[in-house]
Design a protein around this ligand. Sequence first.
Ligand code: IVH
Length: 716
Amino acid sequence: MARAAKSKPLRDVADLTKAQAKVEHMRLALELEEHDKRYYQDDAPTVSDAEYDALRKRFNAIEKRFSEFVTGESPSQKVGAAPSGRFKKVRHAIPMLSLDNAFAEEDVRDFVGRIVRFLKLDDDKIDFSAEPKIDGLSMSLRYEGGELVTAATRGDGAEGEDVTANIRTLEDVPERLKGRNVPDICEVRGEVYMTKKAFLALNRKQVEAGEAPFANPRNSAAGSLRQKDPTITASRPLGFFAYAWGEMSDMPEDTQSGMIGWFERCGFTTNPLTKLCHSVEDLLAFHRKIEEQRATLDYDIDGVVYKVDRIDWQERLGFVSRTPRWGIAHKFPAEQAMTVLRDIEIQVGRTGSFTPVGKLEPVGVGGVIVQNVTLHNEDYIRGIGSKGEELREGRDIRIGDTVVIQRAGDVIPQVVDVVMDKRPKGAKEFHFPKKCPCPLHTDVVREETAAGEEGSRARCTGEFACPYQKIEHLKLFVSRRAFDIDGLGEKQLQYFFDEGFVKEPADIFTLPKRNAKLKLEEIEGYGETSVRNLFASIESRRKIALERFVFALGMRHVGETTALALARGYGSWDAFHDACLKVAKGDEEAIAEMDALDQIGDTVIRSIADYFGESHNRGIVERLVKELDEIVDAEKPKSNSAVAGKTVVFTGSLEKMTRDEAKATAERLGAKVSGSVSKKTDLVVAGPGAGSKLADANKHGVKVLTEDEWLKLIGE
Ligand code: IVH
């Protein structure tokens, strides 16, 4: 990104050199992101819709000419971000959550078993509503006094986008609920989808008009719904199946199947394949039958959904974090495709580890165009698995090979086979780099496993001197789940880093006071508003929750969940920091204390010790903390239950609940669940087969309860 005068006459996109186009592409990306933010989040747009559309048109024209500029981050690639589709936000009265997945028959049996145990039923006579899992977009339709008032997309589950005007154009969505005595408030939820036929026709039109085709019906439904002009949505045939509800001032029925019948009576379309099942065998037969019919259906489905039919049971079963215990999505097996591997590139991650990425001849797999595939590590390319076993019967992967790739659910596509018959003479073996591709060209080593053996991951030894690692860490630091700093996207950050404005996290916080010299507002495409917003965001982040702070440090093996466990375990930054310094010095008591925390084991402890053992890292942390106003203590689950604040260890086999259920219940009641017994443990719940933990409990004089005594104690 170059500094330049702010306004220049625009040159025709066709006359731009590649370098000029690149600079302008970056500038426009920043500008569009900025306008989107001002429009969506601040409700304060600074340009007219026409000006905005002109910017986007030019941006699209550049991407059309230089397709290599298109990355996953590009504003053109954000799913459903239609040319001028900008919508108001709507907070859902009841969050829109998602379903857990089952893949194997065993998973479905476990699901039913868990429900029987949870409800303490004597037999497994439970009715389930079995429904196709429509691969579209979930939608919440709010009716007040029987009239449609708002239609909102799922968004992040808590807040979606208001697409009411567009939804009103769908034939399957009644403006007014049919029937008398409908509850005053009804939120009807379901899936908006596009038929396969309509998708193919739309893509033909897109290509004829010189526009990019949509990857799959789901994306085209999203794109069609997020049109600013509802007449465009109306011209694109979208359907809606009703299958769930949100806020209801009164429940008209007491079963899921009853509700589906009620939706129909109200004027909705429900999926005709929905069936009431009475046993696990029924569910599995339903799955098989729908899978057979899948290809003949005119809409995409990616599995089936099973839901406990009785709503009072659904309520008792409740949710575990963000998915219900009463429902599950039984997915169809992965889909495969064959294509050619064009090249292999190395990506260097924030902790220096190398990931080889296969660059493919683009291919559609289950409706999604796949261009990249992870090749994991050197051994994987050679055909060796993590335990030394043969992969693909030992067939290695070479550049130029025809490979079979597989996509299962949302996981990253994998290479499941190499077609040896198609291996060309010139297929090139890939030699894993011995030096980091960063400018330091430092040596590459293979990581050690927890057992101290040579692992399969290669890493750069440049540590904090490797610029690739530094920038990756900074990206994590500003990301939404860490410090969440608005206005510092990947491109801007890279630019600030390359220019030396930001070398480490603390530098972000000193930007405002250094700006008299830096003059960020003079950077082309940045502007005063961007700088003002960036600084406002920086100021608002000087107070941060402990778990976010710990995650943002970017220590190896300390992801969000581990950071939360550490934050909850220590409560305050001072306590955690103090423990880390002690752990780094090998203080045995501090190590044992950390080890006693739930979810924390050797690998994490070693990583924390490595990180805090390095004076450079301690400096980074110290300088960062100085810039902050407050690191907010971690919230401990509050409760007045008999076990609130107590540390509990479960051991042996539990008969009335799974470990996960036991843990979820204990945590909900304010207890801390630990993986090992120490003198700080308050209770050990021991089932049959309990071994060393029970012995440890006796050694430390910790109270031991049977499963029944535990249930009695917590009142269940
Ligand atoms: S019920 C608590 N029923 O699948 C969630 N969802 O992972 C209740 N979906 O976001 C959802 N068909 O978009 C339900 N018959 C069906 C569905 C269905 C498709 C989607 C929906 C949801 C996702 C769940």
